[in-house]
Design a protein around this ligand. Structure first.
Ligand code: DGY
Length: 436
């Protein structure tokens, strides 16, 4: 454990750029939104000032309407990533900051529960408390943006219009919705991917998928990143399980924190009263015994078992009967010799054990599912989720994502995607400290 603490700390120190942390060298050379939230969970165990600065610098990219972009381009000189700040051209929206430059879409709002963890660890540290008082209204503004602009039907379930917002870029979940996009090579701007010259192409999204990501980015830009017009036109409009579960979990954290710090939380309680029942009603799918995402454009559930459905546990959305079904599913995978938790169901024909979000295990997802299982008292499964993660990291390094089939892991020497990855290191540190 000592060695793992040392290695993880040094990854976070090496990826630290005087105020914020990059996810990994070259592949992701800027500040990413939900990555930074998890990074702060690790930093707080060795340098609470880093955790504070990480979050402050992230929120320096917040737009006037409250939106928190998925990338903050603190540096304008890096050339190893596409799409860079100039391609996003967020300035078409008058509420985007001039500096730092940002992207034009968001990511799962982890900041509420990250701030809660920080305050729980340092309950009487004045610096932490005054930082929490400063950050709370900014996180609240982000949640207000979600419920104002991303929930047009006032259902309590928010919408994404780009797969990158879900965090699970190329999950098979999006295949049918993306198939509605017909690419006209003459009108799509010319671009060159950088990711596949840095990372294995077979572990990354395909070029067809990238064309569609660029198409949806262009759609946002065309409408100055204003939701109403985007929603009228976008072929991709999804009510996502992961996104909404993380929002609901962070709402819960804000209620707890706000009460402690003297903020009014009535509005947040109202969101919870609408969101939790709607999540159960609209996203549960009996035949698969799991929560699934809803395609708002096609007016239909997207019926696949995958990691997003399991996030509901973390927000304590399911009743005991549903929670048991989710737990049984994980126990079944464990019994069939899979490491937990694959990002997509291995029994599904669309499962691909190597390709990004089409199957591999993701560190931050194990952190989320672990805490979700614990919230229901599923200690045995929670420990498998945690120990499998430790086993993979010990054998394959602090990588971005991992193979889930035990028979294949035996013959591998490293994990998939980027190496020396910040959220992998941070989740390891947080889990080690929780256990001690
Ligand atoms: C990427 O570049 O693959 C990210 O996931 C989206 O920003």
């Amino acid at each position: 454990m000592e060695e793992l603490i040392e290695k993880s700390t040094s990854v976070l120190l090496n990826n630290w750029k005087q105020g914020f942390t990059i996810p990994t060298q070259r592949l992701y050379p800027f500040q990413w939104n939900w990555d930074s939230g998890f990074t702060a969970l690790g930093q707080m165990h060795f340098n609470v000032d880093f955790a504070i600065q990480e979050m402050q610098n992230l929120f320096s990219g917040q737009w006037e309407n409250g939106m928190l972009p998925h990338i903050i381009f603190h540096s304008e000189n890096e050339d190893t990533y596409f799409p860079n700040y100039d391609f996003w051209n967020a300035q078409v929206n008058s509420g985007a900051p001039v500096k730092p430059k940002t992207s034009g879409i968001t990511q799962p709002p982890v900041h509420g529960f990250v701030l809660e963890a920080l305050v729980n660890k340092f309950p009487s540290n004045q610096k932490v408390l005054s930082f929490a008082k400063d950050l709370f209204p900014k996180i609240l503004k982000l949640h207000q943006w979600f419920y104002t602009y991303r929930d047009p039907q006032r259902e309590g379930l928010t919408i994404i219009y780009h797969p990158w917002e879900s965090g699970r870029d190329n999950s098979p979940l999006w295949d049918n919705s993306l198939a509605r996009i017909i690419i006209d090579k003459d009108t799509l701007p010319k671009y060159t991917r950088k990711d596949t010259s840095i990372s294995e192409a077979s572990e990354r999204p395909t070029s067809d998928e990238y064309d569609k990501y660029v198409y949806l980015l262009e759609l946002g830009k065309k409408y100055k990143y204003e939701e109403r017009a985007i929603f009228d036109e976008s072929p991709f409009l999804i009510q996502d399980t992961l996104m909404n579960a993380i929002l609901i979990r962070s709402n819960k954290a804000l209620i707890q924190l706000g009460t402690r710090l003297g903020f009014d939380v009535a509005e947040i309680e109202e969101w919870q009263q609408a969101s939790i029942p709607k999540f159960n009603e609209k996203l549960w799918y009996d035949a698969l015994d799991t929560y699934v995402v809803y395609d708002l454009r096609g007016q239909t559930q997207i019926k696949h078992k995958e990691i997003g459905g399991l996030c509901a546990l973390f927000a304590e959305i399911p009743d005991l009967e549903k929670a048991n079904k989710l737990n049984d599913y994980l126990q079944g995978l464990h019994a069939r010799d899979f490491f937990l938790c694959p990002s997509f169901d291995p029994e599904d024909a669309l499962f691909d054990s190597k390709r990004y979000w089409r199957g591999p295990i993701w560190p931050q997802m194990n952190w989320i599912v672990y805490h979700g299982l614990k919230a229901y008292g599923f200690e045995a499964t929670a420990n498998i989720v945690k120990n499998n993660f430790f086993e993979l990291v010990n054998k394959l390094g602090l990588h971005e994502y991992f193979e889930s089939q035990k028979s294949l892991v035996k013959n591998l020497e490293k994990g998939y995607g980027g190496s020396d990855f910040s959220w992998t290191a941070a989740c390891i540190l947080d889990l080690i400290h929780e256990q001690s």
